[in-house]
Design a protein around this ligand. Sequence first.
Ligand SMILES: [Zn+2]
Length: 354
Amino acid sequence: MRFTATLHDRNQNSAAPVTVRTEPGVLFIELENGHILDWTLSDLDSARALEDGSYILQNGKRFLEVTDPGFRAGLERSFPKNKLFRHTFFDRIGFAGCLVAIAGILAPLLVLYFFIAPRIVEKAAEKVPPEIEKQIGDTWFHSLTAAYRTDTALTRLVQQFYDSLGYGSDYTMRITVVSEPVVNAFAVPGGHIVVFDSIIGIMDAPEQLAALLAHEASHIQLKHSTRSIFRELANSLMFSLMLGDYGDFSAIVARHGDELAGLSYSRKLEFEADENGMELMFASGIPLHGMADLFRRMKMAQENGHNDVPDFLSTHPSMEERLGVVEQKIKERGESSRKANASLYRIWQEIKRQ
Ligand SMILES: [Zn+2]
């Protein structure tokens, strides 16, 4: 096989047209003046395939440039199965290959980032000991409640109310009532429950407050809020780690406190908290219809144009749906034969006078 080529000579700073003949074990390079060079494999210092399909072979200070892409086959004939081309990874795979490789590396990373990591983080959250949850929760709580006005009188009363309920828990629940037009309440990891006074405003019986607190306490007891906060923070935490910002977890929690104010749970967790809440009520002798009544009151508030019922509370899942599930549960379970603590009703009267 014969190929036209150019021989660059670094010694003489020259470039001359040549003809290359490929024979088994040797390349014959015929110069214009009739001289013939013979290059064997051992003469070659390097061989490179360029992206435009041409080849550069180096022999000391001389470089043979062959632009004919067919030269590859000629080289194979001269030096079969050699490892002449030690091109870079990217030379070998080309641009399209690069894309495929990048996609191949990125895709699993993205899956890890968006799907697996949050689940791993959530799993980890389930194993967090209560005292760590309390630390995280306290940090979050303080950065969060700074934005709210606490109603100290109501806070004291609702705390008393909660303590009279006798819901057993591994956590010491600390209730805070804040003055807000929004009909809302939420649970913070480790034991803080924040109740907006507007949600107390729409209630007309103590069992409803008992139901709300049972639901929020369940989010804490079942580590829902810890799992959610871990999950929400997983991304920012990973970003921080990727950026080499190894700030402590508390600082990150504090920084994101506001964003997490509306922390929402999956439908599954909401139903779980309703169900567990009803178990707490049942054990304490609180009439279970309190839970159903609470949802009815919230639904009513919404229908009466109380625009401040947050979306996630009203649609995720809907009050109607929750009501249906709760009513079904009450039918199956029947009411508790125990009688609720009488002091609940006294404290409730005081709460309503506020
Ligand atoms: Zn909830």
